[in-house]
Ligand binder design. Structure first.
Ligand SMILES: [Zn+2]
Length: 147
C-alpha cells in the first residue's frame, strides 16, 4: 500500500502548530528555530509500520522537523526499523509454517471401504522374475556369469 500523505489542511495546521508567536517556524524535534531553513512534515510513526492505513492522517500523526537537524536522521532510523520489522515478520511466518504439519483426520470409512480393506492384499507384482525361472538357470555356465 502506498504511503499516505497529509492533506493540505492538516499540513497547514502542523506548520501553524510549529510556528512561534514571532511567526518563526521551529523544529518540533529539537526546538531549533528554522528561519529560512527547509523543513519537512514527518510521519510520527513511520507509515509502513502502521497497520490501519484507511484512517485519515491527522495533525497528531505529523511532526514538523527541520530537514538538517532532525528529519534526515529520523528517516534513516525509520528505514532501519521498517527493515527489522519486515525481517521479524518474515521469520515469524516461516517458522510458523514449519512447526505446523498438516493435521487431518482423514476421510471417514464408509461401510463399503471398511469391507474392502478386510480382504487379504495380493502380493506386490514382481517386476523381475526369480532367477530359478530363468530359462538357463539350470545350466552351470549361466549361473557363473550371473554371479
Ligand atoms: Zn530539529
Amino acid at each position: 500500500m502506498s504511503r499516505r500523505e497529509f492533506t493540505k489542511a492538516v499540513y497547514a495546521q502542523i506548520v501553524k502548530r510549529a510556528m512561534l508567536e514571532s511567526g518563526e517556524i521551529a523544529c518540533e524535534g529539537c526546538g531549533l528555530i528554522l528561519g529560512k531553513k527547509r523543513y519537512q512534515v514527518d510521519h510520527t510513526i513511520a507509515d509502513a509500520l502502521q497497520v490501519d492505513k484507511s484512517r485519515k492522517l491527522t495533525v497528531d500523526d505529523g511532526k514538523l522537523l527541520g530537514l538538517e537537524c532532525c528529519h534526515k536522521p529520523k528517516t534513516k532510523q525509520d528505514v532501519k526499523v521498517i527493515a527489522k520489522a519486515k525481517r521479524v515478520e518474515a521469520n515469524y511466518l516461516r517458522t510458523n509454517a514449519q512447526s505446523r504439519p498438516i493435521q487431518s483426520p482423514g476421510f471417514p470409512k464408509s461401510e463399503k471401504t471398511a469391507h474392502r480393506s478386510t480382504k487379504a492384499q495380493l502380493p506386490p507384482r514382481q517386476l523381475y522374475q526369480a532367477v530359478d525361472s530363468h530359462p538357463h538357470a539350470s545350466t552351470e555356465t549361466c549361473r557363473r556369469i550371473e554371479r
